[in-house]
Design a protein around this ligand. Structure first.
Ligand code: GDP
Ligand code: MG
Length: 370
């Protein structure tokens, strides 16, 4: 069964449902007999009765795992997905903007750039690189907390006329915790006060030794103002990507991650998603977190219509019945009915969970006032 109620759980453990509810109350959870329980609640309750719970992966997680089982012969190289992190004002946005605007092909010129949270560019050598345009490690961490692993390479920006700052360190810590390779961009090299060696020294002091100094970290002096060094930075990203041997199978139903989603007055729910494997097509039935729908239209970050999006391609899609959360997985399903069922079950669980949390807070509040 897809979901477990207090009643189901009691019969699984062969105890009375009243005992389960009693234990729930002792744990501060107020559940009714047929209320669906989330994974955490099930684990905690079962533990009280001396049971360990083994969760069998749900359908979408299974689909993601299936990507590993793709036939080697079906895999093709995919573009690296890059996140830029660093201290405020060190130039993350400027760098993202420069790269997006410099790598415009003739056909695209004139297109209005939309902010869609992710974009792909073609390098001078003709290869693709995808950037997540959700700067700041909050977005990165929030997605990781939801189990999404989207970034292949992290660029840490440090302004060469400044120093390694607290947020630089935090960003490095986050990238290391995620196991993502790091490339250092020493930005603002055009400024008269730039002293990249001072920054390299500070990085060395925290065990980030750059290649020029015999370490393992690639680094590149750049200017997001003049563009100096940016093609070299992209080449270094591709070099790092080659070591990772990033591959995916384009000939299967798409699986990926939601980058952001919102309600647009004119167009309905708009979601930016990143296809990680397979190809997403117009008309596909998509399940994304607690929402579903048929893909009505897809566009890239310049508003250009797309019919199909392969691995490592970010797209903005129309057709979902709500806004999934950043970091939610999405996948294409055969059956619209099944997608609708799973989505509605998930939204019900979300509603019940938020109700319970609210109740819980209310009781605490009363307790404090007493
Ligand atoms: P963020 O907070 O990391 O996104 O930093 P921004 O991209 O907003 O940049 C902060 C300030 O530094 C802005 O005034 C930019 O114009 C400036 N800036 C960013 N990169 C460079 C650069 O390479 N050279 C110079 N001279 N200024 C830069
Ligand atoms: Mg910024």
């Amino acid at each position: 069964t897809e979901f477990v109620s207090a009643n189901d759980l009691s019969s699984l453990m062969d105890v009375s449902v009243n005992d389960v509810i009693k234990v729930c109350m002792q744990l501060g959870m107020f559940v009714s007999i047929n209320q669906r329980l989330d994974a955490e609640a099930i684990t905690v309750i079962a533990d009280e009765f001396g049971y360990n719970v083994e969760f069998i992966t749900s359908e979408d997680e299974q689909a993601l795992e299936d990507t590993i089982a793709d036939d080697e012969a079906d895999l093709i190289e995919r573009a690296p997905i890059v996140t830029i992190m660093g201290h405020v004002d060190h130039g993350k946005t400027s760098l993202l903007d420069y790269i997006r605007n410099a790598n415009v092909t003739a056909g695209e010129a004139g297109g209005i750039t939309q902010h869609i949270g992710a974009y792909s560019v073609k390098t001078e050598g003709g290869r693709m690189v995808t950037f997540l345009d959700t700067p700041g490690h909050e977005a990165f961490t929030a997605m990781r907390a939801r189990g999404a692993k989207v970034t292949d390479v992290v660029i840490i920006v440090v302004a060469a006329d400044d120093s390694v700052m607290p947020q630089t360190k935090e960003a490095i810590n986050h990238a290391q915790a995620a196991g993502s390779p790091i490339i250092i961009a020493l930005n603002k090299i055009d400024k008269p006060g730039a002293n990249p060696d001072k920054v390299r020294e500070e990085l060395a002091q925290m065990n980030i030794l750059v290649e020029e100094w015999g370490g393992k970290y690639q680094s590149q002096e750049v200017s997001a103002k003049t563009g100096q060094g940016i093609p070299d930075l992209l080449e270094k990203v591709l070099l790092e990507a080659e070591l990772l041997e990033l591959k995916a199978n384009p000939d299967r139903q798409a699986v990926g991650t939601v980058i952001e989603a919102s309600l647009d007055k004119g167009r309905g729910y708009v979601a930016t998603v990143l296809v990680q494997t397979g190809s997403l097509k117009i008309g596909d039935v998509v399940l994304a977190g607690a929402h579903y729908g048929r893909v009505k239209a897809m566009t890239d970050h310049r508003g250009k219509k797309m019919k199909e999006a392969g691995p490592s391609t970010p797209v903005q899609l129309l057709g979902l019945d709500g806004a999934p959360q950043a970091g939610d997985k999405f996948l294409v399903m055969e059956s619209e009915r099944e997608a609708r069922e799973i989505a509605s079950n998930r939204s019900q669980v979300q509603r019940e969970q938020s109700l319970r949390t609210r109740k819980h807070i209310t009781l605490d509040e009363i307790g404090r006032r007493l």
